[in-house]
Design a protein around this ligand. Structure first.
Ligand SMILES: [Zn+2]
Ligand SMILES: [Zn+2]
Ligand SMILES: [Zn+2]
Ligand SMILES: [Zn+2]
Ligand SMILES: [Zn+2]
Length: 289
């Protein structure tokens, strides 16, 4: 985002009131809550009036989502410290996804200064430990005890005891207040899924097809369990598993007749002059010839 100093100093033409000189246009306040974190932080550097506007506005700092999609690790404890200093206790929801560089200390710093957090997601944050998360939740609990939802999928080495401690800290009877639970099949704390299909054969035969992804294989597209009694060969062009009905619906490779799931549809290689595609594996084979 580029914002020149010139633009910030320019007053709207209709604004004749000299007492508003140097104030950012009101529409700025409408934009701020929608800015991603790094752009929001950059706004502080633009000019004094933008900085004041941000300091006086509550909305941009209520709900912070930081997702390190490309794992370039821009998100470190330093960023968390910036969030702490700018949010000034206003944070209500903090969502950190794939932030491998943040540590238990960084998380602790944010929660110790933002007691009103009611939603804390630390998903796939490899630098955090179960003990660090428990410490953070304990800190929030000792203050306003407002925390309602916690997501910790992807934090390594979580035991049943850790999960029990977190559940008791959250003080909620709602099982969905924490994303992981004890798998009824393997007895390990993991994400547990249920079959969306009421007429599922496994559900009918065994009473339940709830389980973690290690215990019950599921269709990547619809979440239905697969591989119970059907020996269908619904092979996909990617590593994912598909149920028969999703397999039938998806477009197939012109050569091997395997479909990609929607998540991996970007791997389709175009066939010139046609709306068909060939999969990566077939494309490589053709290339070698
Ligand atoms: Zn399991
Ligand atoms: Zn399916
Ligand atoms: Zn099922
Ligand atoms: Zn193919
Ligand atoms: Zn796939």
């Amino acid at each position: 985002m580029e914002i020149s100093h010139e633009t910030t100093l320019k007053q709207p033409q209709t604004n004749q009131d000299s007492s508003n000189m140097g104030q950012p246009h009101e529409s700025l306040y409408l934009v701020l809550p929608y800015l991603p974190l790094f752009e929001l932080l950059a706004m502080y550097q633009v000019c004094r009036s933008f900085m004041d506007a941000l300091n006086n506005d509550i909305l941009p700092w209520l709900d912070i989502v930081v997702e390190d999609r490309v794992r370039r690790s821009r998100v470190s404890d330093e960023i968390l410290m910036k969030i702490t200093s700018k949010a000034m206790g206003r944070l209500r929801s903090l969502v950190l996804v794939n932030c491998g560089k943040i540590s238990d200390d960084g998380l602790q710093d944010v929660v110790a200064n933002n007691h009103g957090i009611n939603k804390l997601y630390v998903l796939q944050c490899a630098g955090l430990t179960p003990e660090g998360v428990i410490k953070a939740v304990t800190t929030l609990n000792q203050q306003n005890a407002t925390l309602k939802t916690l997501k910790i999928n992807g934090i390594s080495n979580i035991t049943k005891e850790h999960l029990q401690t977190l559940r008791s800290l959250l003080n909620s009877d709602d099982p969905s207040s924490i994303d992981i639970e004890i798998c009824p099949k393997c007895d390990e704390p993991r994400m547990v899924y249920d079959c969306p299909l009421e007429t599922c054969d496994r559900k009918r035969a065994t009473g339940s097809c709830r389980g973690c992804r290690f215990c019950v294989t599921r269709c990547e597209e619809c979440g239905k369990c697969v591989g119970f009694d059907d020996e269908d060969d619904n092979e996909a062009a990617c590593e994912d598993v598909l149920c028969e009905s999703c397999w039938i619906k998806l477009p197939k490779c012109d050569f091997c007749n395997k479909p990609y799931c929607n998540k991996h549809a970007y791997k389709q290689c175009d066939v010139p002059g046609s709306s068909h595609f060939i999969c990566e594996a077939c494309y490589m084979k053709i290339d070698e010839v």
